[in-house]
Design a protein around this ligand. Structure first.
Ligand SMILES: Cc1cc2nc3c(=O)[nH]c(=O)nc-3n(C[C@H](O)[C@H](O)[C@H](O)COP(=O)(O)OP(=O)(O)OC[C@H]3O[C@@H](n4cnc5c(N)ncnc54)[C@H](O)[C@@H]3O)c2cc1C
Length: 378
């Protein structure tokens, strides 16, 4: 693939850049609560949609523009360059799961409002005893007439407190092999019997939650695909969650590195050869992520679906982000404890769970070893 813009892409990029210059909200400094960040992201999602920039690569019949995934990657990249609020991540993976596995009625009902930001989603997969070994999940859905009754306990349902709907995995056939007895359901977050308990993370924010399902009743039409399709749907969702579309993360990494270089120069830290070496390493890690993202994007632009290579993207991006945040912490020295560098502290805490959510770093390495490299199991 030629990584330079085609004339059509260059025209889109220029138009988008001009629009972003007019519309990106003024940057905030200092720490903000997750509720404030979530509200800002939602407002930004809706503004981008009104501007005609959400859903470039989505089919026209579901409210998209039917263009190449490169256009979404350009939005992602320019959004990062413009220091705009983050793009709505769940659109990219729960939306894709709906597009690939939902029936026409579900697509028509859910995809357009998901693109426009009228509907916010969360993902109810993990449980107290089922994270890495997701197929061990015990939440069950029992068919009763025209309904399913869902009972169980989900952990780490991120953004659950702001979501309208949840894609929930539940066991519908306890006698089937564990990967085969799972189904996926679309569940309203205001259902009777659903209780959400926020989980406060190390930075003090309740970004994620545990959710109890105590006989939650949903219509049979809430089933996505067929009974037993849950594993396939979950693996597609996490493949899109893990990578490789996040070109925007690269512009964010580049900007964080440039800021850190300026800071290191202003304090004289760059006189230390070890600091220069670490800054150079951070640059190289960022370049590796960028080239890998472009390679995976070129594959998607030819129509290939996202697969196991998302695990490579996730490992590299996590390592680059965490190492840079750690270096920033070190180079800000006493400012970290005196509270003079809240953005650096916030960046550090935001990068820590990256090696856990969406599947842990160890699990990604298992996927790479067994499914990409074909290595034997121990
Ligand atoms: C901030 C945050 C947000 C999250 N958001 C969501 C969400 O929105 N929806 C959702 O469903 N889930 C979410 N998760 C859950 C996340 O996907 C799980 O935490 C993750 O899959 C790990 O599962 P676990 O926590 O049960 O750890 P465990 O599976 O118990 O793993 C514990 C440790 O053992 C290692 N390990 C386990 N099995 C193996 C193995 N076979 N080989 C090598 N090492 C192994 C793991 O890598 C890990 O280091 C979130 C988690 C966090 C922290």
């Amino acid at each position: 693939m030629d990584y330079r813009d085609s004339p059509e892409e260059a025209e889109y990029r220029a138009r988008l850049r001009a629009w972003l210059a007019e519309n990106v909200p003024a940057p905030h400094s200092g720490e903000r609560t997750n509720a404030e960040i979530a509200a800002e992201r939602l407002a930004w999602h809706r503004k981008l949609y009104e501007g005609g920039y959400i859903g470039q690569s989505w089919p026209v019949e579901w409210g998209g523009k039917g263009l190449s995934p490169t256009m979404d990657a350009i939005l992602n990249e320019e959004n990062g360059n413009a220091d705009a609020p983050s793009l709505p991540a769940m659109v990219g993976y729960i939306g894709r799961a709906l597009q690939m596995f939902g029936n026409d009625e579900q697509r028509a009902r859910f995809i357009p409002p998901t693109l426009s930001g009228e509907i916010q989603w969360c993902q109810g997969f993990s449980e107290p005893g089922a994270g890495s070994d997701l197929a061990s999940l015990t939440t069950k859905a029992v068919r009763e007439g025209d309904e399913y009754v869902i009972s169980g306990h989900k952990m780490w349902t991120s953004a659950g407190q702001w979501a309208d709907w949840c894609l929930v995995l539940a066991r519908t056939d306890p006698d089937a092999p564990k990967h085969k007895g799972i189904s996926a359901f679309l569940v309203p977050m205001d259902s009777v019997g659903l209780v959400l308990q926020p989980i406060v993370l190390a930075n003090g924010d309740p970004e994620t939650s545990e959710v109890f399902y105590d006989g939650v009743r949903v219509p049979a039409s809430a089933l996505v695909g067929q009974e037993g399709d849950g594993w396939k749907i979950a693996m597609t969702t996490v493949a899109y969650e893990r990578g490789p579309s996040d070109v925007g993360a690269i512009s964010t990494l580049n900007k964080q590195l440039a800021r850190l270089e300026r800071h290191a120069q202003s304090t004289g830290a760059t006189a230390d050869p070890r600091v220069r070496l670490e800054l150079a390493r951070a640059y190289v890690r960022g370049e590796v992520v960028r080239l890998m993202a472009l390679e995976q994007l070129s594959s998607r632009a030819t129509g290939k679906l996202v697969g196991e290579e998302g695990s490579v993207a996730k490992v590299l991006q996590t390592e680059a982000s965490q190492a840079l945040a750690h270096l920033a912490l070190e180079l800000h020295d006493a400012d970290i404890v005196t509270g003079r560098a809240p953005d650096v502290v916030s960046q550090y805490f935001q990068t820590r769970p990256m090696s856990v959510y969406g599947g842990s770093a160890q699990i990604q390495r298992n996927v790479i070893a067994s499914r990409i490299l074909g290595m034997p199991r121990a």
